[in-house]
Design a protein around this ligand. Structure first.
Ligand code: NAD
Ligand code: LMR
Length: 328
């Protein structure tokens, strides 16, 4: 039996939490042989704490063989204590007519507090995934608030965009999602993101050549993927939850267990490559092996792509400037 891994989840009584926790406890994130201890954080508000208790009762009632322990708390220092994985989900979601960056002033403070707590009490190897919006800038805030942890431990979720793009490409090309390799979503988790299938292949053949429809790329594919979150809010009256939880599981599973050479998209601190200033949390293609992600390097960036990549970067820089006062 392996030693249990400590997984902290914030916003554990929220919509995404409800889709996420049961799958983590059943082994879908870290493997069917990996026991987990769930360390669940909610706000210090009676209603939220009660709801969290209810979720924990349900987790108990599943009698998951891999669930080796559970803690429910309103204190980040308890939730993040020795955490090996931290899923920062807890934050306000947007409603109809809002952009994710409209949440920035309200949500940003959460990530200074939680970054500091991670810095103080989490495992030095903690793998942090920020889901709460605006995810890239919140991850940046958490990273900057945790100077004693390696910056590379902090990531933002672009995987939902990656998965959305894969499904759109599969439908357009008539190929299976599983056949599509080498797809990437560059930049910010916002409508400015740039879903790029110039390098994508199906059975070794170029997907771009197969689709051969640049008009569709620009007027249909890019806006559909970029505005999918808003389309879900419009349809459901609530922001995506099960697909977001699924993407979070994909992100951490791949980071921990590896991708076998397959590209996936992660928002990670830039190393300065691709013209992205160092430290900006930006979606890039990575492969994962032995618990580490590795940026796919040396991809050619054409003029259209450079334009799109600069556009999403400009938005990230604007968001970063908007929270500079929180970071001292
Ligand atoms: N990156 C992505 O792809 C992606 C996808 C979907 C949703 N999101 C974002 O995820 C976040 C959560 O969405 P949801 O639908 O679960 O929202 P929700 O309102 O259903 O749940 C959020 C929960 O977080 C809790 N919370 C708030 N502040 C907290 C704090 N400081 N510490 C701990 N818990 C806290 C709330 O009490 C609530 O229970 C939103 O910001 C949403 O926009 C991101
Ligand atoms: O769009 C939102 O506000 C929620 C989430 O970021 C999404 O992409 O579905």
């Amino acid at each position: 039996m392996k030693a249990p891994v400590r997984v902290a989840v914030t916003g554990a009584a929220g919509q995404i939490g409800y889709s996420l926790l049961f799958r983590i406890a059943s082994g879908e994130m870290l493997g069917k042989d990996q026991p987990v201890i769930l360390q669940l954080l909610e706000v210090p508000v009676e209603k939220a704490q009660q709801a969290l208790k209810g979720v924990m009762m349900e987790l108990e009632d599943c009698a998951f063989p891999l669930l080796a322990g559970m803690v429910g708390t309103d204190d980040p220092n308890v939730a993040f204590k020795d955490a090996d994985v931290a899923l920062l989900v807890g934050a306000r979601p947007r409603g109809p007519g809002m952009e994710r960056k409209d949440l920035l002033q309200e949500n940003a403070k959460i990530f200074t507090v939680q970054g500091k707590a991670l810095n103080d009490v989490a495992s030095r190897d903690v793998k942090v995934l920020v889901v709460g919006n605006p995810a890239n800038t919140n991850a940046y805030i958490a990273m900057k608030s945790a100077p004693d942890l390696p910056a590379k431990n902090f990531t933002a979720m672009l995987r939902l965009d990656h998965n959305r793009a894969l499904s759109q490409l599969a439908a357009k090309s008539g190929k299976a999602v599983a056949e599509i390799e080498n797809m990437v979503v560059w930049g910010n988790h916002s409508p400015t993101m740039y879903a790029d299938y110039r390098f994508a292949t199906v059975g070794g053949e170029s997907l771009k050549t197969l689709i051969n429809d640049e008009e569709w790329n620009r007027t249909n594919f890019l806006p559909t993927v970029g505005k999918r979150g808003a389309a879900i809010i419009e349809a459901r009256g609530l922001s995506s939850a099960a697909s977001a939880a699924n993407a979070a599981i994909d992100h951490i599973r791949d980071w921990v267990l590896g991708t076998n050479g397959k590209w996936v998209t992660m928002g990670i601190p830039s190393d300065g490559s691709y013209g992205i200033p160092e430290g900006v949390i930006y979606g890039v293609p990575v492969t994962c092996e032995n618990g580490e992600y590795k940026r796919v390097e040396g991809l050619e960036i054409d003029e259209f792509s450079r334009d799109r990549m600069n556009h999403t970067l400009a938005e990230l820089e604007e968001e970063r400037a908007g929270v500079a006062h929180l970071l001292g």
